[in-house]
Design a protein around this ligand. Structure first.
Ligand code: PLP
Length: 400
């Protein structure tokens, strides 16, 4: 597969890994360095501090682990819970399913709340369950903020409000792997206890870091949490982090990349980042309408701004669209996972992304759908997106 490189660039539109900005690529391109040399401590302390921006926290304690989102999940659970603890988790896609699988394998007792794929966390159901838990057996509520399987963003503030309405003391653990750094996320305001993300998503870096943020309540829970942990133990980091040290060898290129990527997000401004993701997503949703298709997520309030999951009509295998898009147009879009495999395809639009990049993806998807025999009028989707972005795209800050 590597013996021939097609001309032009691969159009990467999976919902992670995402496109890496040239500025970020450049800062990561460094020779080997010794993290025990004196300059490292200042760098590390400042990168840790920088990560607070993506969670919108001043109160949380950030951690950076070598690993991926899955490692972040494990850190969130093992640092706060004990074997046999009861936890509650909504399941509405492959990632919530896998997180639940991890909880079970770690020895937690999981109350699974199954929702149809395409829906999000139902706050009313959550409140009801918590109100009935009069003996406060449930120690944590675990929510996947943005379900990357279905293109559904749950309302974390709504979940927090439901927990408060039930006066329930459970911890709120949030998978923000495909939301944090792209969508609105308010660690402090929403009283999140542990939030998790990974470097290959909105931060637009190579895969390899898990970012975790813990509240004081979560750190306190850690003092008695009995689940076994070693590599992902907060305590090791809490000993070393204040002095700018790490318990084991850090990935320096990824730390430089993190610093640059967050610098770019800060330059853009948190609200502008969130607004850009909405604008990009809305254009893609207009294209889907123009094609006469539907997104898997039907409820407006849950539609994700970091990716769009598009249903294909009966008789059309969505895997073929993904295959031909890559084979003919060098466009990488996401297949449907697990129970929606063959029925949907996914267009990622999170992270380092703009309107014109997405025009490429939408044009490619449109051609690929025609290639597999779908009755799509050329320009029907991309035309709608263009119409929308024509009206809504912002003049670049420095070019007004
Ligand atoms: N959670 C969500 C919502 C994801 O989208 C993913 C990966 O795509 C994961 C968790 C797992 O993350 P990783 O593959 O980085 O371990």
């Amino acid at each position: 597969p590597f013996s021939y490189t097609p001309p032009g660039r691969n159009h990467l539109f999976v919902p992670g890994p995402v496109n890496i900005h040239e500025r970020v690529l450049r800062v990561m391109n460094v020779p080997g360095q010794n993290h025990r040399d004196p300059w490292f401590a200042e760098l590390y302390k400042s990168v840790l501090e920088d990560t607070k921006f993506i969670y919108q926290t001043t109160e949380g304690t950030p951690f950076i682990f070598p690993g991926t989102g899955t490692g972040g999940w494990e850190a969130a659970l093992t640092n706060t819970l004990s074997p046999g603890d009861k936890v509650l988790c909504f399941r509405y896609g492959q990632f919530s399913h896998l997180w639940i699988d991890m909880m079970q394998r770690l020895g937690l007792e999981v109350q699974v709340v199954d929702r149809p794929w395409g829906e999000g966390a139902n706050e009313g159901v959550l409140e009801d369950i918590l109100k009935k838990d009069t003996s406060k057996k449930i120690k944590a509520v675990c929510v996947v903020h943005n379900e990357t399987t279905t293109g559904v963003t749950s309302d974390i503030k709504g979940c927090r409000d439901a927990m408060d309405a039930a006066s329930h003391p459970a911890l709120l653990l949030v998978d923000g792997v495909s939301s944090i750094g792209a969508l609105d996320f308010q660690f402090d305001a929403w009283h999140v206890d542990v939030a998790v993300t990974g470097s290959q998503k909105a931060l637009s870096l190579p895969t390899g870091l898990a970012y975790v943020c813990a509240s004081k309540k979560a750190l306190d829970a850690g003092k008695t949490a009995g689940l076994k942990r070693c590599y992902f133990d907060f305590a090791d980091y809490l000993r070393t982090n204040p002095t700018g040290n790490v318990p084991y060898t850090p990935s320096l290129p990824l730390l430089y990349g993190t610093q640059e990527s967050i610098k770019m997000l800060k330059e853009e401004g948190f609200e502008n980042v969130v607004a850009r993701h909405f604008r990009l997503a809305e254009g893609v949703r207009k294209a889907v309408e123009g094609w006469g298709l539907k997104t898997l997520c039907k409820d407006q309030r849950w539609k994700s701004d970091s990716l769009t999951v598009i249903e294909t009509p009966p008789g059309i295998d969505s895997n073929k669209i993904v295959k031909v898009a890559y084979a003919k147009y060098d466009l990488s879009i996401g297949i449907g996972l697990s129970q929606v495999n063959g029925k949907v395809f996914r267009i990622g639009h999170l992270g380092n992304m703009n309107e014109l990049m997405l025009c490429g993806a939408l044009s490619g998807a449109e051609m690929a759908m025609r290639d597999v025999g779908m009755d799509i009028t050329p320009g029907s989707g991309i035309g709608k997106a263009i119409e929308y972005w024509n009206k809504t795209a912002k003049v670049i800050k420095t070019r007004e």
